[in-house]
Design a protein around this ligand. Structure first.
Ligand SMILES: Cc1cc2nc3c(=O)[nH]c(=O)nc-3n(C[C@H](O)[C@H](O)[C@H](O)COP(=O)(O)OP(=O)(O)OC[C@H]3O[C@@H](n4cnc5c(N)ncnc54)[C@H](O)[C@@H]3O)c2cc1C
Length: 459
């Protein structure tokens, strides 16, 4: 069957509006946020429900047509970027909350719904969906599930995996696996949802999900702390965990990242008079605004007196809080300013973070004087991001090799959050054994024997 016949069959089953071709294909489908290897696909298929996805995959499976699934395209590893010959299945029409169950504290949602919309629905209902990341306005819950996204509140609520109770997914041959489980405890056989969480769309297309909700906290305290010593950054985390009921965010920015944001991103501002080596955005939550505020302040003042913290700004308003987060979240804009950057998402054991980051910095600076080198991330989860750019595309491979080698020497992992996609595939073996990779391949061959779903990603 040729491409035109296959498309005709799909259109005959699902109607003309299912497909975009030719000039109707907008550039937003060409490449994910990494901007690497853009490619115009021949066909975009836009299902509106799981049955549409099933019908599309049945036809593609029979015809051996390769497809790539697209959510919000905020992925940073090229996983959703089409490659020549691949058709795109865009989840953009599969939007909306299908059920809000306040007794079970669950929200059931279609996979193409942007994360921020789900956060808002939860907030309006007086509850909280704790998944949060800088790309919240564009990324979709299906993409979050497929990449097992982390984000800003993992320290308290875990990764996306821990927030998903039930899932519906469509297999490569079109079979719908529907398990919209709401039970917290369910040991009835294999928990199949985990096949699809974090497997980056290579084992199935996620179409719907049941997410856990949490009681909204009535108070939130935020502070931007300035420190001069990395041991103090670790000690502060330990003290906060010990003395506060909940530490919901612990985001560290090295001076190089903080300064770059202040100097280049228009809407950021430095609230301090002096410059420091590290800046930590700390947040805590509770249910008694007065008591929580007092406790938060006293814990921070104590750490200032001990000399752990050199200076601190405690948010007095939502605006203050947003100003602090604007610095941390400005990475999206930075990635648009910096050319040909290598973009890292490494996991490092906390006790080895200082030596690892120092070695990476000295090695890169020596090799590439003048390199842009920015470090920041979710230190409370042992996860740091590095942006490194010389402005020359040809330096990127060596920069990746260098950083991953040093990360490996410090018992770290090459992908804490963003996944492997296509761009990180050459280094997967540094974090996973041959046996593990072989098992991943066997799973892929069993579930997608014709290799039509996101081929070439991850493994
Ligand atoms: C500014 C910025 C900040 C970010 N911060 C974080 C962060 O803090 N933590 C973090 O973890 N990530 C972060 N990311 C990365 C990115 O936002 C996440 O990986 C996000 O989960 C991707 O969602 P998406 O809908 O954009 O997926 P896409 O980019 O569209 O796709 C990502 C992968 O998932 C697959 N996929 C998408 N939808 C489905 C589906 N329904 N079924 C099966 N497979 C699917 C795609 O094929 C692809 O392999 C950030 C990105 C940016 C640009």
């Amino acid at each position: 069957m040729n491409m035109a016949e296959l498309l005709e069959q799909i259109i005959s089953d699902l109607g003309q509006e299912i497909a975009l071709i030719g000039d109707d294909i907008d550039e937003r489908y060409f490449v994910d946020w990494s901007r690497e290897n853009p490619c115009k696909p021949d066909v975009i298929l836009r299902p509106a429900c799981s049955t549409d996805v099933s019908i599309i995959l049945k036809h593609c499976h029979t015809a051996g047509q390769v497809v790539v699934t697209q959510g919000g395209m905020t992925g940073l590893v090229g996983g959703a970027t089409p490659r020549p010959g691949e058709w795109v299945i865009s989840m953009e029409r599969m939007k909306g909350v299908t059920e809000l169950d306040m007794d079970s504290m669950t929200m059931t949602t279609l996979a193409g719904t942007p994360l921020e919309e789900l956060q808002n629905v939860a907030r309006d209902a007086g509850v909280m969906l704790p998944l949060d990341l800088g790309a919240r306005g564009s990324c979709t819950i299906g993409g979050n599930i497929s990449t097992n996204a982390g984000g800003n509140q993992v320290i308290q609520y875990g990764m996306t995996r821990s927030l998903v109770l039930g899932l519906e997914a469509v297999m490569a041959d079109g079979t719908i696996i529907s398990s919209k489980n709401k039970l917290l405890k369910n040991n009835t056989g294999f928990d199949l949802k985990h096949l699809f969480i974090g497997s980056e769309g290579v084992l199935g297309i996620v179409t719907e999900a049941v997410l856990r909700l949490f009681p909204a906290k009535s108070s939130r305290q935020s502070a931007l702390c300035a420190l001069d010593d990395f041991t103090c950054v670790i000690n502060l985390l330990t003290q906060l965990k010990k003395n506060l009921q909940v530490v919901s965010s612990y985001e560290v920015m090295w001076e190089n990242y903080f300064r770059y944001a202040i100097n280049h991103i228009e809407y950021t501002r430095d609230p301090f008079d002096n410059q420091y080596k590290y800046y930590v955005l700390v947040e805590s939550e509770g249910n008694d605004p007065v008591i929580d505020e007092e406790l938060f302040q006293s814990v921070l003042f104590n750490e200032i007196e001990k000399g752990t913290i050199k200076d601190a700004m405690i948010a007095q308003s939502v605006k203050d809080r947003n100003d602090f987060w604007a610095i941390r979240d400005s990475v999206g804009e930075m990635l648009r300013l910096i050319k040909d950057e290598a973009n890292f998402d490494i996991g490092i054991p906390l006790n080895k973070t200082a030596s690892c980051i120092e070695k990476i910095e000295t090695t890169l600076m020596k090799k590439y004087p003048g390199i842009i080198y920015l470090v920041f991330g979710h230190l409370g989860d042992g996860n740091l991001h590095i942006i490194a750019a010389t402005g020359k595309k040809e330096d990127k491979k060596d920069i990746y090799d260098t950083v991953y080698r040093i990360t490996g020497e410090h018992d770290g992992g090459i992908a804490a959050e963003h996944g492997i996609g296509i761009l990180k595939k050459p280094w997967l073996h540094l974090s996973r054994s041959e046996q593990e990779i072989n098992l991943m391949r066997q799973l892929k061959m069993t579930l997608d024997p014709k290799n039509i779903l996101n081929p070439g990603r991850v493994i």
